[in-house]
Design a protein around this ligand. Structure first.
Ligand SMILES: [Zn+2]
Length: 475
């Protein structure tokens, strides 16, 4: 097909697909599609965004993705950006039917971005903000030297997942710790013209409070390591704080996508199926579509396929709310016929953790053949198949997007400004090799010794780095 004709066919298909999606009740921002060659699309995929700053790690991700593509091992079926208007990219060389599927699929994503609660606070202008940040970082490289800037970015990237994504909750909790040294001590509160009127009474109370316990900062454990360092590390230059802030903002932007991966892909797959079934496909297109769809939902023995698991859960919810069992009717007062309504409600209010906890049933665990496994000796073995344990195990692995939960406990440990961190141990040990590679990066950001407490072999242990060497001691 000549390119002009192809564009015309795609435009007509997009109009039909968009009309169908709206008829089904999907609610999305205006959509713009662009056709890109593979190397450009893979660059976007590796960077996460077309306008992001450059860093060697993105090149590494690109190389891996592109190699898999060249060897036909894996394909990005889609690239869609959570922005208003929403941008999506189609792979040059895709067949018409592949592109139709991608269009229908990304409309589902865009509806999800717009309506899921966890995306409510994401910036929809991130394309522009990332472009502006990339420009500033280029200027820093010019001014301070590329190597210096790059190694600082390496350090910040090493801890970039340690943020607190619940922005609204954190504002309230934050007001105290970041302004003052100790909660409850009025000396730390900013002065006002009326202080004298009640200072005597407060002074007495304050002396008592202050002597009750040692002043520790932060007064409450702080999960947002990135923000804490950005605001409290003493010897950083302006450009370094800016880089931490940029990476944190970008992580806040990507976080909702990470914590709803299964739901979001399930939702998009649910809708590409429904929409494609409504289009007038001829026989060969129907076969090609069926092949593609089964490729997408192919299961693996060692990895959860978010497309399949998400899709099956949504279909199961729809079925159970459309045709409840007599028990469900009586016990939950479910009248039936509410399948559609229910799946829209679920897509608006849940994330992967609550989605799986609430809607992954015994029937689904069996049907999807889900199990827990681990390495015993040199072999991977299935260790659990009981459905509730499997469900809980998967939920645990998704909590905090699968990253260890680490908090700042004390920013003046040993009374010399050392940073003391604690890992909330929930049964999974930290990777010692990773710890010993990461804490020197933290030292680069904090400029003073770093200590990290965790549990290893059922014993409390502290890993430390003093600027020269790693050491560890059991408590
Ligand atoms: Zn998708």
């Amino acid at each position: 097909m000549d390119p002009k004709e192809e564009i015309k066919v795609l435009e007509d298909s997009l109009a039909a697909i968009t009309a169908k999606a709206k008829e089904f009740g999907l609610d999305f921002y205006d959509m713009f599609f662009e056709i890109c060659p593979a190397d450009i699309l893979y660059t976007f995929g590796a960077y996460g965004m077309p306008t992001r700053f450059s860093h060697w790690s993105f090149g590494k991700a690109y190389h891996k993705m592109k190699t898999q593509y060249d060897y036909n091992l894996s394909r990005i079926y889609e690239m869609v950006i959570n922005s208003d208007p929403c941008y999506a990219f189609l792979l040059e060389g895709n067949s018409i039917i592949q592109n139709k599927l991608v269009m229908a699929h990304v409309l589902g994503h865009c509806d999800f971005f717009k309506n899921n609660a966890y995306f409510k606070t994401t910036s929809r202008k991130m394309v522009e903000s990332m472009a502006a940040a990339a420009e500033r970082i280029r200027e820093y490289e010019f001014k301070y030297g590329r190597e210096k800037v790059e190694s600082f970015i390496d350090a910040a990237i090493a801890i970039q997942e340690h943020i607190e994504p619940r922005v609204l909750i954190r504002k309230k909790a934050k007001a105290g710790p970041l302004q003052g040294k100790k909660e409850g001590c009025h000396r730390d509160v900013a002065p006002s013209p009326y202080d004298d009127l009640w200072s005597l009474e407060k002074d007495q109370q304050c002396q008592k409070d202050c002597s009750d316990k040692e002043k520790i900062f932060p007064p409450e454990p702080e999960k947002d390591l990135m923000l804490f360092i950005e605001q409290n590390s003493k010897d950083l230059d302006y450009w370094q704080r800016d880089i931490i802030s940029v990476l944190r903002q970008e992580m806040l932007f990507f976080w909702p996508q990470m914590e709803t991966k299964i739901m979001n892909e399930g939702w998009a797959s649910y809708w590409h199926l429904r929409i494609m079934r409504e289009l007038d496909l001829d026989e060969s297109e129907t076969i090609e579509f069926a092949k593609m769809h089964s490729g997408i939902i192919q299961t693996s023995r060692t990895r959860i396929n978010p497309y399949t698991v998400g899709l099956k859960i949504f279909e199961n919810i729809e079925k159970r709310w459309d045709n409840p069992t007599p028990e469900e009717k009586e016990k939950y007062g479910r009248p039936g016929g509410q399948g559609k309504e229910k799946i829209f409600e679920v897509r608006a209010g849940e994330n992967d953790v609550s989605f799986l906890r609430n809607y992954l049933t015994k029937e689904l665990v069996e049907q999807l053949d889900l199990y827990l496994y681990k390495k015993i000796g040199n072999e991977w073995k299935i260790v659990e198949q009981e459905w509730e344990t499997v469900r809980d195990g998967i939920v645990t692995s998704l909590t905090n997007c699968g990253f260890p939960y680490i908090t700042v406990q004390n920013a003046d440990y040993n009374k010399r400004g050392d940073l003391y961190l604690k890992h909330s141990f929930e049964g999974i040990e930290l990777d010692v090799y990773y710890v010993e590679k990461t804490i020197p990066h933290l030292y680069t950001l904090w400029r003073r010794p770093i200590h990290l407490e965790t549990i290893l072999d059922n014993k409390r242990i502290i890993f430390s780095y003093d600027g020269e060497k790693n050491c560890k001691k059991f408590l």
